[in-house]
Write a protein that binds this ligand. Structure first.
Ligand code: SAM
Length: 280
């Protein structure tokens, strides 16, 4: 069975930022008429184990298992969310999430064993006028399609935490030549078009009879800036601060961005998120 290895310190950081945001979000909106929804689009199975890969069969040792994003969201109780949507493509993990429905019989929990890129555009279209949502996009790598992010932005009802897989994308945007053909379609899907990553390359003047050569001079921070520009183009506001999540050897793995789509709510949402991104 596949293993879940989502790191140590950086996993803790992203989850702590998310948890604090969810708490602040439900508190800030508690006297508003909105129905609040938490959408965990890459929901995992509810747990993570610091530093080591784990399997679901491994649950014997609960002492070192920590709550993953789905369990953290359910634990917000100053003002709980009205509804939870957990999307998880892996059948076994989504079955584990079903356990949460049994543990929290009074909570409105939907578990969707689906691809997030299919489920989220559909959910976005069905959000009602008085519904507001926080969406957590926490993939292993390059699974989030730009069209999905765009669908969320278009709702004007959603705040979004996005983990941009800077390590995987930088590897595919190799330095000395254009990405391998088999990677190009994936990069198009992540950025929402070739023009957004192709501009990171400069064409070298070819010598006589040679093919044109390409070189990427932009570093990973400049690649992340490209993605940030994409978010800024679609959402009402993006938090000025982003968090680089690094692995134990200090290599950047993900950039954590926050983007808000609702014109009225965005300034306060971004204020809260930016404070958390700076301080936690
Ligand atoms: C990094 S883990 C999520 C961890 C989780 N947020 C937590 O804190 O416990 C990513 C999860 O996304 C799932 N996944 C991968 N591709 C997916 C897709 N296209 N749609 C939905 N889930 C997917 C994987 O099975 C995995 O459980």
């Amino acid at each position: 069975m596949s293993q879940m290895a989502f790191g140590g310190e950086w996993t803790r950081q992203k989850l702590e930022i998310l948890r604090r945001y969810l708490e602040a979000y439900t508190t800030a909106l508690k006297d508003q008429p909105f129905k609040l929804i938490y959408i965990d689009a890459f929901a995992g199975d509810g747990y993570w184990r610091p530093g080591t890969p784990y399997t679901i069969e491994d649950y014997g040792d609960f002492s070192t298992l920590l709550r993953g994003s789905a369990r953290l969201a359910l634990a917000i109780d100053n003002k709980p969310f009205d509804r939870f949507i957990f999307i998880e493509k892996n059948r076994q993990r989504s079955n584990s999430l079903m356990q949460l429905r049994r543990e929290h019989p009074r909570r409105d929990i939907n578990v969707l064993n689906r691809d997030a890129n299919q489920a989220l555009p559909w959910i976005s279209e069905t959000l009602g006028a008085l519904e507001r949502a926080v969406v957590f996009l926490d993939p292993f790598a390059t699974q989030v399609s730009w069209s999905t992010v765009e669908a969320l932005a278009a709702t004007q009802k959603v705040d979004c935490w996005v983990l941009f897989p800077i390590s995987a994308v930088t590897r595919q945007l190799r330095r000395g030549d254009l990405p391998l053909t088999e990677w190009q379609a994936g990069l198009d899907r992540v950025f929402g078009g070739r023009e957004y990553w192709e501009g990171l390359y400069s064409q070298q003047l070819p010598l006589l009879h040679d093919e044109p050569r390409y070189e990427r001079y932009r570093d990973s921070q400049q690649i992340a800036s490209k993605y940030r520009d994409r978010l800024r183009g679609s959402f009402h506001m993006v938090a000025p601060t982003q968090r680089t999540l690094r692995n134990s050897t200090n290599s950047p793995m993900f950039e954590l961005f926050f983007a808000a789509s609702n014109p009225r709510g965005a300034p306060i949402a971004v204020d809260i998120a930016d404070h958390l991104l700076k301080n936690w």
